[in-house]
Write a protein that binds this ligand. Sequence first.
Ligand code: UD1
Length: 337
Amino acid sequence: MRILVTGGAGYLGSHTVLTLLETGHEVTVLDNFQNSSPVAIRRIEELSGMPVPCLAADLSDSIAVRRALAATAPDAVVHFAGLKSVGDSTMDPLPYFLGNVGGALNLLEAMEEGGARRLLFSSSATVYGAPRTIPVPEDEPLSATNPYGRTKLMIEQMLGDLAAADDRWSIGILRYFNPVGAHPSGRLGEDPRGTPTNLIPLVGQVAVGLRPFVRIFGSDYDTPDGTGIRDFIHVLDLAKGHVAALDWIVSKTGARAWNLGTGRGYSVLEVLSAYSEAVGRDIPYRFVERRPGDIPASFADTSKAEQELGWKARHGLPEMVADHWRWQRLNPGGYGV
Ligand code: UD1
């Protein structure tokens, strides 16, 4: 298939573009490079041995988006592009609504106009708010606890309305749990701008000596070791989930959501211990106050994705942290090298 991938130079986008190429799809990337680097595209080309046409455009530029759709006439669009910092979204929400919700609207309008009505959307387990049921099933009530999460929820709702109104649309909503790791070559990985806020990038920075210790947010959660529990999923498993969901959207119509997680939770202390093992020495940490807005535990019920998509995550925590560590070691300055 011909696939247009928005945000294809970003962390999840780049691994998915590579996986799509390896599966035999043709890919064009649309990215504004605000939080990503063109170097990622060159590395995908190097790893795949295939050219990756890339359009530098912002989704707020509706003319550029229409042109991209007309030029590529894609069989499906995979939409990763968007802002993703919970903290930034709370301090400055408008860029989130404009960029994420406005950008999605421009994309949907251009798709409608171009007659390209198959879409995969990057959603997040954040739409479950503080889930009541764990492992979390897709029919758990949805809510938002911050503006970033609200943009994901609003877009999901828009997509549901669109598919209900016009049965030519075929939409897969993928709710990611905690994607981590990197391509095992060490050539592709996560390159956060500024100070990372997610656990694994911070642990990696402590491991290379960029920071003195990891701050563990809370030691008194109602979990076996008192630290938070999350469903960490290898980014390449996540990428394969997209390939499986593409097969679904070409054969069916309507809008449907699937969790992409492993179904298994690990605590912050377990992650630190696995990472220390990969590095070969202890990683220093200190317990600090809980981070406001954090939930004690979250991991996915993966049965729907397994049954309907025939997809299941394969990589365990040791591979996730070993691959992240290789990326961190070989690219201490990210794509700036
Ligand atoms: C965060 C976002 C979520 C987003 C997801 C993917 C928040 C509140 N949630 O999820 O909306 O979809 O990233 O980008 O930001 N931790 C520490 N020390 C640290 C960092 C994290 O102890 O320095 C702990 C957290 O308390 C949590 C776990 O590590 O228990 C994972 O945190 P993180 O990687 O930030 O992911 P989430 O909070 O699950």
